[in-house]
Design a protein around this ligand. Structure first.
Ligand SMILES: [Zn+2]
Length: 371
């Protein structure tokens, strides 16, 4: 692919309209503040602020605070208001609409059914509710002239002991919108090897897996995710940078064995720059975030939002930051978008159609880009 150089300002102006793919976006991390306020009022749940702007700011500040306690508290509030079918439907529907408005044409939204059982829903009820909301959102977006496809990634919480049960829930719903399985939560101390049989079960079912790894923990965690966990993608994986030695003087990089393995197999990394800066997982600035180096080294890099509410972010925002602060071009944005599409948990012919029919034409519409 070649492209004519575009100025930073031209690229920034074009970003909102670009077709985007997001593979790592938490449903419980992307609620609208006003929705939280309304749902909390219905159930008498106390919030730290009752004005939408102030509440939105509270979420970002808490996630920015450097305090894990405050960061986790943010999810206490979002999960608290997502305990009924009606609430799950609404949150899922609005999430699709917000992604579509951001230019997203394909999304995988992850969430943990086991966290939504407090008001009496069954695990299956929660999956059905989220699926109904996603489908409503897709239909409403279509009515607004925006085409988006969304799949569910069903997550098991690492600290809980329900991995096998949740994996079976995911597989049972593969024709009900669930496209993959994930584990999330405390990375340290709860590795994939806790329940090795889960990964073999999923492999036997030919069911796609992505695993959060290389965010709070390092290289060994990524190794376990891709080897024992047989993960097709790695959630974050940003600390793979620790397995690469850079010689700044000569401008060279020496990859360790795991880094070679991940690159040789082009295992996609679901990188989330703004989130990483907040949690201190990697990088001290967008300019210094490992995503740019990993991309230059030809890893299979994808760009993601993680938690839009807590990070005050969107795909447009992430892309704009990379262009303005890390020197990314329109071609770079196309690369990570195409990589994400090729890494989506849909079939190969569907991935090809997504790229050929949606993403490439969207980029070709942008003046100055010849892909
Ligand atoms: Zn995540």
């Amino acid at each position: 692919m070649t492209s004519t150089p575009s100025s930073v300002s031209e690229t920034v102006a074009a970003i909102a309209a670009l077709p985007k793919v997001v593979l790592h976006d938490h449903l419980d991390g992307g609620l609208r503040p006003q929705t939280i306020i309304e749902l909390a009022a219905e159930i008498g749940h106390d919030l730290p602020a009752t004005d939408a702007d102030a509440l939105g700011a509270w979420f970002v500040e808490s996630a920015d605070s450097g305090s894990l306690v405050r960061y986790l508290e943010t999810f206490d509030h979002t999960i608290a208001v997502m305990q009924t079918r009606e609430a799950l439907v609404r949150v899922a529907r609005e999430s699709v609409l917000d992604l579509a408005a951001d230019g997203v044409v394909y999304a995988e939204q992850r969430w943990a059914p086991e966290q939504h059982l407090r008001a009496g829903l069954s695990l299956q009820d929660t999956v059905d509710a989220v699926q109904a909301g996603l489908e409503e959102g897709v239909a409403l977006a279509a009515a607004q002239g925006r085409t988006i496809r969304v799949g569910q990634l069903v997550t098991a919480m690492r600290h809980a002991d329900r991995w096998q049960e949740i994996a079976e829930l995911a597989v049972a719903n593969r024709s009900n919108g669930v496209v993959g399985f994930d584990i999330a939560g405390a990375e340290d101390g709860f590795p994939p090897s806790r329940f090795p049989g889960v990964w073999q079960y999923l492999a036997d079912q030919n069911f796609p897996v992505t695993i959060h790894a290389g965010e709070a923990s390092g290289v060994s965690s990524i190794a376990e995710a891709v080897h024992l966990g047989q993960a097709s993608r790695v959630g974050h994986g940003v600390r793979l940078i620790e397995d690469i030695s850079f010689d700044e003087h000569h401008g060279t990089a020496a990859l360790g064995q795991l880094a070679h393995w991940v690159r040789d197999h082009q295992i996609p990394l679901e990188l989330c720059p703004v989130s990483n800066l907040q949690t201190g997982a990697a990088g001290t600035s967008i300019a210094a975030h490992p995503i740019t180096r990993l991309k230059e080294l030809d890893f299979a890099v994808t760009l993601n939002t993680d938690n839009r509410l807590m990070s005050g972010t969107s795909m447009t925002h992430e892309m704009t930051l990379l262009v303005e602060q890390a020197g990314w071009t329109l071609e770079d944005l196309y690369d990570v978008t195409a990589t994400a599409a090729w890494s989506a948990f849909i079939h190969h012919d569907e991935r090809r159609a997504l790229i050929d029919d949606v993403i490439l034409p969207g980029y070709q519409e942008i003046q100055g880009a010849q892909l």
